[in-house]
Design a protein around this ligand. Sequence first.
Ligand SMILES: [Fe+2]
Ligand SMILES: [Fe+2]
Length: 660
Amino acid sequence: MIHKKYKEKYKKIIFLLLLILFVLSISYSKEILNIAIDRDYPPFSYIDEKGNLVGISVDFWKIWSNKTGIEVKLIPEDWKRAQKLLMEEKVVAIDSIFKTPEREKYLIFSKPIFKINSNIYYASYLPKIKSLNDISPYLVGVKEGDSSIEIAKSINLNIRFKFYKNYSDIVISAMKKEINVFLMDDIPAQYYLIKYDLIYKFIQGPTFYTNYLHIATLRKNEKIFTIINEGISKISQEEINQLIKRYMPEREIHIEYISRIILYILIIALFIFLLLLIYNRSLSRRVKIAVSELSKAQVTLKDEVEKFWYFFRGITEISSLTIHEEDFLYKALDLALKILSKPEYGSIFLKEKDSIKLIKTIGHDKNLEGLIFNKGDYIGPDKSIIVKDILSIERKSKDLYMKLKTLSKPIKESAIVPLKWYENIWGYFCLDIPKESNKFYDEGDLKLLEQFANTISVFYAIRNYIKERETYLSKLIIILVKALEYYDIYTQGHSEKVTKYAIKLAERLNLPTDKIKKIYWSAYVHDIGKIFIPQTLLNKPSKFSDDEYNFVKIHPIKSEELLSEVEEFKDIAKIIRHHHERWDGKGYPDGLSGEDIPLESRILAIADAFEAMTSDRSYKKALTIDEAIEEIKRCAGTQFDPKLADIFIEIIKEESGISK
Ligand SMILES: [Fe+2]
Ligand SMILES: [Fe+2]
């Protein structure tokens, strides 16, 4: 019985031991790790609206527990207090802590879990902040016990910190504008800035430190450290990324913000539109003005071009030296009226000693031409002037006053422009705007007129100079020819008469003016070479012997030699050389024939022969006109160009009244 009793007792002891073992094994497997965690480090760990601890780290520990089978109790505290719990060994580890050299002295750190950048955040209205050195002027918000304090101080000792218990307080303070710069880790900062709608009001400045969140234990607690690290190894990076993604709030497009932006854009766009509208209006007005000015300018330009061409053609015409002086002045007046367009009538005056003479007038009565204005009868300004109602001006001569009144058309305004050569006034333009016209002269008109007057003066002076020079030369030649005629008494008047005939023939042939001019002078001096022939021979009363005749025959060559001395007479010299050539080639000095003989020389030959035939000579009597005509007719085709001979006979017959 006793044996049975002990057996029962042993059974109970064994059962109890097994129970203790079971309880122990259970209690071992149900080991709980107390871990301190920041209660305000969103999105890693924070207390939600319902008072629950939530966040990336909280979920991280759930995964860790699942993978290891070890229960974890997270103890949320203020960060400073959380660190204190670890130091007092009231927890085995602390979560979400940066590794710093200072902390490494007494803590061991797990593998890095989350990468974190510590940044400067500053209000968008501040100047750009490039580094920690730029934040000295500002009060900088920072979380108590944050590792960024230690790092920032190592870079810039002058930073003035304002400490806050948690990140949330920093951001709220920034929202109230108590601070405008703060240091914060990027993920929590982004969380709060989005949460408090400050993402557009604060700029994420430069990163001054990059670190990783670890789990740390006291150095002496290596066993726990190993357990924690092994657990971390079982969690993949993909799982960690998923956690971050789950807790980072979506950056919502804030309607209010966007609508404000849209409103600003709209206001700016409206303002720009209004500006453009105003600018467009003013531009279109300016364009209209410019277009109208341009079309006016185009008309003016067309006018000016026309005037220029008229001026050019007119000047070319009046620059012709053969034009008669009065024609020259008339054309000049006409040109002045056309160039100016405002005046419709005008007169041109030439200055005489103490008076001026009205040479030509356009528009007024032609009977004014030739009127002399004595002193006191005219205005003779040194510079161009505008005169109102010129006809009402008192004149010394009442007769002249009346003549002007009756023969002139009513005048509103006149421009009087002196015609000057250097300082000498040689005449005046007087250009009149009709009484009924609505036009007036201006300064520009006077300037244009003065310029025109200067041009006219230059041509007038050149013209007079050449005319004088020509007159001078002509007079010299005439004297020379007269000298020859004194020398050779039988040729007296010969040159003049030959000239007369030659010119008639040349004009009938419609030769150009310059050719006629050359024929004139060659006829006049054609026998000048006779000056080299002894006077006794020239004036011999009987016929020449052959030798004497041969000697006389050198005179065309001598004439040519003499005239060739002067450059301007070279053409004339050539005409004269051939004035004794014959159509049939039997003439002298070169025996030229037909059209090889210059036309001018052929004309001269007929005129010369006809004059010789119709004049008395010491050795022969003059032929009658009829006889001379017959002689020319007979010699046409042998001595003379037959066509020229026919025309010449025609002219002589016409002049002498002989019927055909
Ligand atoms: Fe001759
Ligand atoms: Fe002659």
